[in-house]
Design a protein around this ligand. Sequence first.
Ligand code: ZN
Length: 236
Amino acid sequence: MKTISQTAGVLFSGGQDSGTCLAWALETFDRVETIGFEYGQRHDIEMECRLDMRESIRSSFPDWADRLGEDHVINLAGLGQISETSLTRDVEIGVHENGLPTTFVPGRNLIFLNYAAALGWRRGFSHLVAGMCEADFSGYPDCRKETLDTQMKAISLGLDRDYSLHTPLMFLSKAGAWDLAETLGGETLVEIVRAKSHTCYKGVHSELHSWGYGCGECPACELRSKGWAEYVDQQK
Ligand code: ZN
């Protein structure tokens, strides 16, 4: 893969998708910074996992370690205060009357991109990398490519600078995301993402299953375990 000799900012939550995106960015750009958001998530485990995963990638991939720059954590507590969702309040995981999951945090991805772009303004990067995916998940309207393209157009106009958003997982299934991790970093990266990332909506991080940590029952765990099973099946 040809390296782009510029810096990228990766929206890095500590989950499977953003962990794979971090590896993709490290393979693609010659310098990479990571960006996390504290928005009043009910579970702190994600924030712990992101540092653990960064360090594992750094120690296992020397070429990438040279490219991995600062980590930034941006406080968006106000978003948690105005969001009544299963990720920010004690709301049961389910589906609203309008068909959207209760895990949907309204405005979240749009706000994340604005803040990432504003950070990039100061840090001197205009490439953003994020794990949004419209192929295999949930109907979150802010993961749609059309939403993101439109948002990035507004950001580029509003900051008077050409920003690019890269979403390497956009049209991949969850099994496809594991394939991409394997292509980028072999079994070592697959194992880091499997054992170091956190995706479970309930914040359960006590037992390591074949597909990773989690409760095994929430929609995120169901999707993750199903994707892992498909990935393993493909290899037989
Ligand atoms: Zn779960």
